[in-house]
Design a protein around this ligand. Structure first.
Ligand SMILES: NC(=O)c1ccc[n+]([C@@H]2O[C@H](COP(=O)([O-])OP(=O)(O)OC[C@H]3O[C@@H](n4cnc5c(N)ncnc54)[C@H](OP(=O)(O)O)[C@@H]3O)[C@@H](O)[C@H]2O)c1
Length: 290
């Protein structure tokens, strides 16, 4: 598969998002493990998870443990796989997502994630979402300390605006390697952040790159975006693959992380890395609105 770069690591141009395998509507364990193994078989070497990807209170880290188990039970070589996790977002178990950007909390959360992932140092640790009650520089300062202490190998942020991207990179002494924001045919408000990352040479990881679990499963790309469907028909591929190929075409720093809870979904998505769109097609898709 085509490779891209996150910090000093080379990874598959299309990653795997772990969230659908651990939150509401998740599959049974066997199907989830088969989905991760299908991703690895397809050449995916970048997997995104978070300590908050779980359903009920009391099962924090469900997805981290699942990913770790899937890697342990895979028959092939997993040395080159980069697992990225996140901290600072919590799920109390009543459906809400809350924030905690307290530096002391983040440092403990990262150590707990490393333990669940079964690693000495986390490959990429991302501050999940800014906490309005904590100065951003303080939260990101925790990532700087974690880098300096060797608890994490690389640092990223998520749900950040351009000012926060610049601030985080300053706090980290130029060591910010990735920004994970929502970006898809439906949700394009992070285009300025994507462009800033391209300018700074920082990886941009579109989350919910297919519009999110609900929209994607409902066939949103078939129904609401005629140009995506038309380009898909012209190439004989799915509109999901076209959406990911379009995102990849926007900048060489883009590494989408489509979620999946079925092997077939990630098998299809992974092939987006090999789908070459013409400049005219990219322009048409960029102009497409629902
Ligand atoms: N940083 C953040 O705040 C944040 C927030 C949300 C998500 N994320 C990350 O981003 C990842 C992706 O986002 P997401 O999972 O919310 O949404 P998404 O990637 O836009 O959509 C995921 C859904 O699309 C379906 N799908 C994927 N590829 C497909 C294909 N080729 N053909 C048909 N269906 C396909 C899957 O269905 P099946 O389930 O049936 O396989 C899956 O449930 C998450 O897993 C998570 O790692 C981060």
């Amino acid at each position: 598969m085509q490779q891209r770069t996150i910090g000093h690591r080379s990874v598959s141009a299309v990653g795997l998002g772990g969230m659908p395998m651990s939150i509401e509507g998740r599959p049974d364990e066997d199907r989830a493990i088969a989905t991760v193994h299908a991703a690895l078989d397809a050449g995916v070497t970048f997997i995104d998870t978070a300590d908050a990807y779980h359903r009920d209170a009391g099962e924090v880290g469900h997805n981290e443990e699942l990913i770790a188990r899937a890697l342990r039970t895979y028959g092939g070589d997993t040395d080159g796989v980069l697992v990225a996790t996140k901290g600072g977002h919590l799920r109390p178990g009543d459906g809400r997502w809350t924030q905690n950007g307290d530096p002391a909390y983040l440092k403990e959360a990262a150590k707990a994630s490393a333990q669940r992932l079964g690693v000495d140092a986390i490959g990429l640790y991302q501050f999940h979402r800014p906490d309005p009650s904590v100065p951003y520089a303080d939260s990101v300062g925790a990532l700087r300390d974690l880098l300096d202490e060797g608890v994490i190998e690389m640092a990223g942020i998520s749900n950040a605006n351009p000012d926060q991207i610049r601030e985080a990179n300053d706090v980290l002494g130029g060591r910010l390697v990735s920004v994970q924001n929502q970006f898809s045919p439906r949700f394009r408000s992070s285009l300025p952040e994507l462009e800033l990352c391209a300018e700074l040479g920082i990886a941009f990881l579109p989350w919910s790159p297919l519009g999110g679990i609900t929209f994607a499963r409902a066939g949103d790309l078939d129904d609401a975006y005629a140009p995506f469907q038309e380009v898909a028909s012209a190439h004989g591929v799915s509109p999901f693959r076209v959406a990911l190929a379009w995102e990849l075409a926007l900048a060489p720093v883009v590494v989408p992380i489509p979620g999946a809870s079925r092997p077939a979904s990630i098998q299809d998505s992974a092939q987006a890395a090999d789908l070459v769109l013409t400049p005219d097609e990219v322009a048409r898709l960029s102009a497409a609105t629902a």
